[in-house]
Each structure stands twice: as C-alpha cells, then as structure tokens.
Design a protein around this ligand. Structure first.
Ligand code: ADP
Ligand code: ZN
Length: 786
C-alpha cells in the first residue's frame, strides 16, 4: 500500500467508504479507534506527490480541511460509498467469457436486479473484495454508478463514414465495378471519400456530402450495399479529427514576443502577456504549445469559461489533431475520470488539457507549460462550495511545484497581476497592436439622459443605437448586444400601491421569465405564475421595470422583423452543448443579432461582428464593490474586443446615464495603464488588495437573533486578535433560502505571518463551533473573496 492509493474502509457494520492513503505511520490515535482497511483499490497511486503539495497548500491557504480539497479535486465517481447504486452499462457489449468468477457473480446479480447498492452487494457476497471488483468493472466500462447515469449527459455527436471491413485494403477498381454505370452520384461519393480519407480514418459525413454534391439517398444506397457504414462519435473527443492546418506564421511583432517569452521562461519567473484584443495571443500560445508537446511534455491551458473551450478546441484540433482533452464540470464524471487517468498515464490524447479552473487538480506527470488565458477573469475563482480557490493564483503556485513555465494572458490584466510585474515578481510582455494592424474598435458613449430628454429613445434603446444596428445589418454584419442581466424584467411592481413582488425566502425581488410566464427567484429557484392582479391591493396594475436579456431579445425582434435574434445566457445554456449550438449558429452567420450576458464577452473570436452594443454601463459602474471600476473597465473593454476582429474596424456603442464617469472616459482612450495607476493608488489609500489580504466570513442562521449574536461573538474574538475587522453587516442579499446572512471582513497585511494568522482564525472558529448555542450557525470562510 502506498500514499495516494484508494482504499475501502468500513465504518460501522455496513458502512463502507473509499478513502485515500495519505500517510503510513504507527502512532495509535488517542481519542478514537482505528477501522480496518478492507482492501486496496489501486495498484499504483492515483494522486501524485505534486498534487499532494498543491492540495495541502490549498487546504492551508483557503482554510479548508484537506479532505474537502481532495473531494473537490477528484472526479466524483473515484470515491464510491456504500450508498452508491450501480447498474450495468447498457451500451457495453458484454463478453462474459472475459469476466473472472467474482466479476461474473456481480454482473449476474446486476443483470437480475438492474440497480443494486454497493452495500447490498457487500451483504450478498460477504466478500471483502466487492469494492475492488466493482472498481475494476467500472474502469472497464461494464458498470456505471447511478450518479453517472443520472447526469443528463447527451454528447454532441458527429457522424462519420467509414469503408466496410470487407472492402478495406481491396482494390478500389473492383469496388467501382460493383456499381452500376447509372450510379454516378454514388461513384462521386466514393471518389470523394477516398480523396478525403487520411490514413484509413473515417470521413466526416457532412464534409463528404458537401464535397461530393450528392444527396443523402445516394449515400444511403452505398450504406445499404454494405460498402460504407455510419458511425457516431462524441464531438469533444475528436477521435478521428486529423491535424489539417499548420501553425500560422507569426508577424514580426508576434515573433518578437514569442522569442522574449521563450527567453524569459528560462529565467523562471511567471510571464504576463498584456496584448490588446485580437493581437494574436492565442496564436502565440499555439506556437509555445507546439514546442512543449514536441518535447513530449504536457500543457495545461486554462480558460475562464466553459463556453470558450468549444471554440478553442476546434481551433486547436485543426493544428494538434487529437492530442487534446477537455476537462470541466459540465463533463460527466465518467469522462472526467477518463481524462484524469489519461493525464496520469501520460497518454497522447492528454498532451494538451484545455480546462476550466478545476484543471489545476489533474495528476500531471510532466507539465511543460501552464497558460492562463484571460487571466483577469473573475470566474477563475471558485465561489461554492469550499475550497474557494483562485485557479490563476494556484497556477502560479503550480509553476513552483512542477517547476514549469507559466504564462498569464489578458488584454486587461488584473490589477494584482500588473502590480506583480511592477514589483518584478512577474515579467511583463506587451503586444500593443491588433494582428494585421486592424484598428481597435471605435467606442462611442451614448448619453441616455440626453436621449430621454430629447425623446430620442424607443423602450430601452436610444435612436442612435437602433440606427447603428440597422446600418450594421444592412452592411451584412453581425451585432452583439450585451446586457448584464438575464430574464425578462428584474422587478414586478404594482403601480398603484407600490408593492414589489419578492421572494418569500430571500430578500430579493423576483424576475419575470416571460416565455414561461413565471416569476422566479435567481437565488433559491422559487417560482410562481406571473400575476395579473396585485396580491396586495388587488388592482390590475403590475408593471415590469428594468431590463433583462429576454426582453431585449423580444424588443429587437419587433424592431428588426427580418433579423434572426438569438440569446446566450445561463437560461439558454443549461446543457453541455447548448453553448456550442448557439455559438456555432452565430459563427455560421445564421444569427444576425446575439443578445447575451457576461458569457458572451470572454475571448470569443468571431469574424463578422460589426457592432457591439452595451445596453447599460451603469449597472457595472455602480456595483457596490471595491473592484467595480476595474471590473467595468475589463468587461467593457472585452465586450468591445468582440467587434471588428478581422479586416475592418468595428464599432462599439455604450449607453449610460453617466457618460462623464472616469472609467468610461478611460475606456474611450483605451488607456489601461491610466486605469491601473488610478486603481492602485486607491487600493493603497483604502488598504485593499494587493496591499491588503482579505478574508470574508458569512454567518448564516434561520434565526435572525442568533445570526446577530453569532456574528457579534465572532467580531469580538477577531477584534481581540486582529487590527482591521469590519462588520458585522448585512450581506448584499441579507436573506437567502430563509437564512439570514451577516458578514465580517478581516483585512491583513500580506507577509510571512499570514499562515500563523490563519491558524489563529481556525482556533477561534473551533471555539465558536463548540458553543452549543451556536450549533446551528453556519460559517463560510472565503479567503481572497473576489
Ligand atoms: P487574441 O487571442 O489576442 O484575442 P487571436 O489569436 O484570437 O487574438 O487573433 C485574432 C485573429 O487574428 C484570429 O482569428 C487569428 O487567427 C488571427 N491571427 C492572429 N495572428 C495571426 C497570424 N500571425 N497569421 C494569421 N492570422 C492571425
Ligand atoms: Zn428565493
């Protein structure tokens, strides 16, 4: 038995759980009895020494038990429990002769009962090895856990065409002779098939039909004759996609940047690539990746948003073929387990890992490069559940643990990252012009106050914006409309008595989802039919105020009848592939106007966007957070960056009631440096990061009085130990799911004494949790809460 192997341990009579060996020792615990290990599941560790280092650090830094870190890191189905239900994988062609006797018994039991818990199997067989056998069967794809099956995972498939086995290697002329003279279309299909085929691999059906100009019926005829057959495969696994493009030749400026990065890597510092939108950062990454995998090392390519993986995976496979794996939370546990194992065993398919933040947890064997794309993005921070880690910061740590280069890239770097270049902790490499010297988009602020005064608005749109959209559509270009809120209208209010429809469980108003005619709470999921009459005064005076993406989509459809208007937000993108679908429609020019939230802005590369509209910048600018200015600038700059990426300069219109706001003025100049200088001064004066470290505590309880008392208790204890303790105060939303939420914020000076201070905090929390009266109170710790 070795550290990092999984073992099955029994707790109580029928309780079996999977555990991970962390340390072997001979010290008998004083306060509890040890439990026997039933058996060892793995033949070799599934967690590497480097991973343990990372996990331990995360546990300490983010004040989270190591067990929780490991749990967050491993794909769920790694850790079976007694309550895990199992079933036979219906898709697996079961060859019973390949099963050992023990395996056969278990499979047989499952064939009869369909769904059996591990606990029951254990009872049934009284066999200590049940756990191990089940794991083996799962690994071979014969068994599934119910959890895995329940994940409504519908892989997006592509259909490929392949030559039937009996014709493989056969003389092609013979093949053609079997076709009658009249079957010209079928001949054409076969000809195209052979010209498209590479090294005997299947050919994409779409492409084959397109190239041959033949109809589906001709292809069907060939299939019926048993010459060709169809096969489906998951698009993200890209089994057959061959590298079909070479890396692009870099422009002299890009080449210079590449050389500098390569050189700087040797010095061992993290690199920050500050390159304006569409300057070719991704092309530079591609060159670096190529060099790393040529040395047979692995690459971790982090992106902030799952939506981005789809577009990137397509861009990268064209160059690297099937040496790429994708890893993120919308993948099923089974797929994640597969990727994990492929990384661990250094398979070719896992040379490049394109991942959202959880990619940092993978068991890399020989990591040669970490790229953190759009490094300023907030979504690198895990919000819930613990550990609430920041993947970009952890990438910097991995650079030390794995001793490998790390590259952060952004058009609008995080203030912290830029600060680190000023302090010489990172190198700064700049790329100031777009590729092909296309101008950055022209930004114009539209003054909503004035537009309203002069009656030049329709609904939420200024006439200026509507004209510009019209013009863009006439020029056969696409439009992106950015709105920071989903749903139809955030507030339903009675115009007679002023009653606002709000959630009974949370202190927020309900949002109208017009399509379903429902009012919903975005925090707890509570929903009701949208009322016609005010529930308080009974008058039919409910009016809807504020604007959401759905309303904008509807309005635009009214204004531009002939345009195809689509929407991308978390309501329209529930499934794993719905993102891909909406984006690919936009990419294929099937959509004219795309309305969306944040998801839209993160680094997507579209060629035909002529205009980007920001509906209301004020929602961003006046958000109560010390980062509001930084975030607004970043977001607006990124939104703007979606316009005019190829050939022509694009246009950006930003509606605001406060056109003179300093952030908007800096945005007009595209002056990131000025924004940074302004921000860093404020941060220093007001003692905010990077000059301060912040730890936030949320104290939650169903009983308001108890929540108040608990937060006051903690505030007092913290104040006795630390200088800067703020609060307790109400959370931004003071009640969610009927639980009252108070907040306390501790600010600390960064420095070597931080770990010590965190231990102090832990001690205080332990004392707190041992007070019987506070048993029900939940405390959530968030280190670096942003
Ligand atoms: P960024 O990552 O900085 O936003 P991209 O790498 O996406 O920029 O480049 C923007 C567009 O310009 C992409 O479509 C890309 O293919 C193209 N491009 C960038 N550099 C080159 C190059 N050297 N040769 C050809 N096309 C390029
Ligand atoms: Zn609610």
């Amino acid at each position: 038995m070795q550290k990092g192997m999984r073992v099955a341990v029994s707790f109580g009579k029928q309780q079996v759980q999977t555990g991970i060996v962390y340390r072997k020792h001979h010290n008998k615990p004083l306060h509890y009895d040890t439990k026997p290990i039933l058996h060892i599941i793995d033949n070799m560790p599934v967690i590497t020494e480097e991973q343990w280092q990372l996990f331990r650090f995360i546990s300490g830094y983010y004040i989270t038990p190591l067990g929780l870190v490991v749990k967050a890191a491993l794909p769920g189905s790694f850790m079976l429990e007694s309550e895990t239900f199992l079933m036979i994988n219906p898709k697996q062609n079961l060859d019973e002769t390949q099963l050992s006797d023990d395996e056969y018994l278990i499979v047989e039991a499952l064939q009869q009962q369909k769904l059996v818990s591990l606990k029951t199997l254990q009872k049934l067989f009284q066999n200590q090895k049940v756990y191990k056998i089940v794991h083996q069967l799962m690994k071979r794809g014969i068994l599934h856990s119910l959890q895995e099956v329940k994940e409504r995972y519908k892989p997006k498939t592509e259909t490929y065409i392949q030559l039937s086995a009996e014709w493989q290697g056969e003389n092609i002329n013979n093949l053609f002779e079997t076709l009658s003279e009249k079957a010209a279309k079928q001949r054409e299909i076969l000809l195209q098939f052979f010209s498209l085929q590479r090294q005997g691999r299947p050919v994409l059906k779409k492409k084959l039909l397109e190239k041959s100009g033949a109809g589906l019926s001709s292809l069907k005829a060939l299939i019926e004759k048993g010459i060709l057959f169809e096969m489906k495969t998951d698009i993200d696994r890209i089994n057959f996609e061959q590298a079909s493009e070479n890396v692009k030749e870099l422009s002299p400026v890009q080449q210079e940047v590449l050389d500098r990065l390569r050189n700087n890597f040797l010095q061992g510092k993290p690199q920050l690539l500050h390159g304006v939108t569409a300057s070719g950062k991704t092309e530079i990454y591609i060159h670096l990746i190529r060099e790393v995998i040529a040395r047979n090392q692995q690459v971790l390519y982090l992106v902030p948003e799952i939506a981005l993986t789809t577009q990137l995976v397509q861009r990268l496979t064209k160059i690297f073929g099937n040496e790429i794996s994708v890893y993120h939370s919308k993948y099923s546990q089974q797929e994640r387990r597969e990727v994990w194992m492929n990384v661990l065993h250094k398979q070719d398919s896992a040379k490049i890992i394109l991942a959202a933040r959880s990619g940092i947890f993978l068991p890399f064997q020989d990591l040669g490069l970490i790229i953190v794309d759009e490094e300023h993005e907030q979504s690198y921070k895990q919000m819930n559940p613990a550990p609430r880690y920041q993947a970009r910061d952890m990438a910097i740590l991995m650079h030390k643990i794995y001793d490998c280069p790390v590259l952060l890239g952004s058009a609008t770097p995080a203030v912290e990252s830029y600060f680190n270049t000023r302090r010489n902790r990172y190198d700064l490499v700049k790329l100031v012009a777009r590729f092909g010297d296309i101008k950055l988009p022209e930004i114009e602020i539209v003054d909503l106050k004035e537009a309203l005064r002069k009656k030049r608005t329709k609904g939420n749109f200024s006439d200026r914006v509507l004209e510009a959209i019209d013009q863009t559509l006439q020029n056969k270009k696409q439009v992106i409309v950015f709105q920071n809120r989903r749903g139809y209208a955030p507030v339903a209010q009675c115009e007679d008595c002023g009653h606002v429809m709000d959630c009974p469980h949370c202190d927020v108003s309900l949002t109208l989802h017009k399509h379903q005619h429902k009012l919903k709470c975005h925090y707890c999921g509570y929903q009701i039919e949208a009322p016609v009459l005010c529930p308080v005064c009974g008058n039919p005076s409910i009016a809807y105020k504020g604007i959401g993406t759905e309303q904008i989509q509807n309005d635009l459809q009214l204004f531009f009848e002939n345009a195809v208007v689509d929407r991308l937000d978390s309501d329209t993108t529930r499934g794993k592939n719905s993102f891909a679908h909406i984006l690919s429609k936009f990419q294929n020019l099937e959509t004219d106007i795309l309305v969306g939230t944040q998801m839209l802005v993160k680094g997507l590369d579209f060629a035909h966007v002529g205009l980007v509209v920001v509906m209301n910048a004020d929602q961003l600018l006046y958000y109560p957070d010390f980062r509001a200015d930084e975030r607004s600038f970043q977001m607006l700059m990124q939104v703007a960056g979606r316009a005019g990426r190829k050939k022509e300069q694009g246009k950006v219109l930003i509606q605001s009631f406060n056109p003179e706001h300093p952030v908007l003025q800096l945005l007009l100049k595209g002056d990131y440096e000025a924004l940074y200088e302004n921000q860093i001064l404020q941060r220093k004066e007001l003692f905010y990061p990077p000059y301060a470290k912040m730890i936030n505590f949320q104290i939650k309880d169903k009983n308001l009085q108890k929540a108040i008392e608990a937060s006051e208790w903690l505030q007092k204890s913290f104040s006795n130990n630390f200088e800067k303790v703020l609060g307790p105060s109400d959370a931004l939303i003071p009640r969610i799911r009927n639980r009252y939420i108070k907040e306390i914020l501790i600010k600390l000076s960064p420095g070597p004494e931080l770990p010590q201070q965190k231990k102090k905090i832990l001690r205080i929390l332990n004392t707190f949790q041992n007070i019987a009266y506070f048993k029900s109170v939940q405390v959530i710790i968030d280190v670096d809460p942003y």
